[in-house]
Design a protein. Sequence first.
Length: 284
Amino acid sequence: MLHQLPLSQGTLHGYFSRDLQPALTIGPGDSVRFAVPNSSWYIEPESKFAPRDPNLDVGHALVGPIAVRGARVGQTLVVRIDEVNPASWGVTYTKPPHLIRWQLSDGVGRGSGHTVRLAPFLGVLGMPPAEPGVHSTIPPRRCGGNIDCKELVAGSVLFLPIAVDEALFSAGDGHAAQGDGEISGTAIECPVEAQVTLDVRADFPVQWPVARTAASWITFGFHEDLREAARIAIEGMLDLMHREHGLSRSDALALGSVVVDLRITQIANETLGVHAVLADAALG
């Protein structure tokens, strides 16, 4: 079943909390179409969307939460990214204060006399942690959030450990293009229209986010220390190589040293991100 979430004050929020009331409840396997402002709540270059609660909604503009009937703690939420369509404009900020304004069309971004190829994705895909209270949208967590991985374009599938019953999934932070690392702290930040399909699996347990793209498996690690983030991503990849290829831990580590790439997902969000990539073509 396909559901629509209208762009409205009632469907947007700027923090994670297990206590937020769902904007929509769906069944496993259902799809949801939605629109969301850019990360700073702008729907047009000079038009900012007003949040419901200016004291709480101080993070990224997110759509949701979307409750998934039957989803339980300990299961895995399967997020298939069906479409991500950027608006006709975007901005990239740097520090000290400076920005590039982009015109976006026909798969190309034009700004400051340069052109870049677009590869739109949602920077924030996630659920609230189990702990009560209000949680920032800035850092990524075990249950997802501000992952900012440029590989999560349309056609990709993200697997997230569910920390609260019914999942309470939210999405936003549209990026028209981004490099690994997001070194200025922002990508091409833009409003997007998108569609995701949400499902639940009990037979694919994950401790940290895992992704499947058209040509690779990806595992993620997040931590304040980049080395520890890398260790988490590596451990996830070794688990995946055992599950998908039947490799012993020792063989997975040895082969991984030959064929697995470690990439810095982002260095901008307090909690640093590393992702490990195993290309399908790497192992015969």
